[in-house]
Design a protein around this ligand. Structure first.
Ligand code: ADP
Ligand code: MG
Length: 148
């Protein structure tokens, strides 16, 4: 799968396909010589945000073992570039966010699950990834756009 331009909406029918969309976004960025930035993901529990991140990381940090950072809040993967994988599900205020080191993450990518919880702290420009449940248990619609 390749992404030629944004915005785009893609339908997936399995976790592997959602991973492939994450990898396609990373390859799109890489092909445009972009090796840093902020990816804000939104979507309910089980939508596939961690699956998407696994695919995204497979391009820049192929050796990374991507797991949900829900309890750790942030996982760091290293490869061609660094990826900070955040899950802000449990973040309730800016002090909380500050204590994760969020404001010192100034290299590589930040890819954030539950970014709707930290709306006030989201930078521009950024990429927004919305994963929505579709008809059928394993179907999702993924919309990726650039916010400037
Ligand atoms: N099309 C799909 N894309 C992503 N995950 C899917 C899809 N269909 C079923 N699933 C299942 O949904 C769950 C997604 O989990 P995960 O990526 O951890 O979601 P989130 O991080 O959004 O909570 C997994 O159990 C996965 O097997
Ligand atoms: Mg998750």
């Amino acid at each position: 799968m390749t992404i030629e331009k944004l915005p785009i909406t893609l339908a997936t029918a399995s976790p592997d396909e959602t991973e492939a969309v994450g990898a396609a976004l990373a390859n799109y960025l890489k092909n445009n010589n972009i090796n840093e930035g902020f990816v804000a993901m939104r979507g309910n529990l089980g939508a596939g945000k961690t699956a998407f991140t696994r695919g995204f990381a497979s391009v820049f940090c192929p050796k990374a073992r991507v797991k949900s950072p829900t309890f750790a809040i942030v996982n760091v993967y290293r490869g061609e570039t660094v990826i900070h994988h955040l899950d802000t599900y449990r973040i309730t205020d800016d002090d909380d966010l500050y204590s994760t080191g969020f404001y010192d993450m100034d290299e590589g990518f930040i890819i954030c699950e539950w970014s709707e919880n930290i709306e006030y702290a989201l930078p521009t420009p950024r990429y927004e990834v919305s994963i929505e449940y579709a008809e059928g248990e394993d179907r999702r619609n993924i919309t990726i756009k650039e916010i400037n």
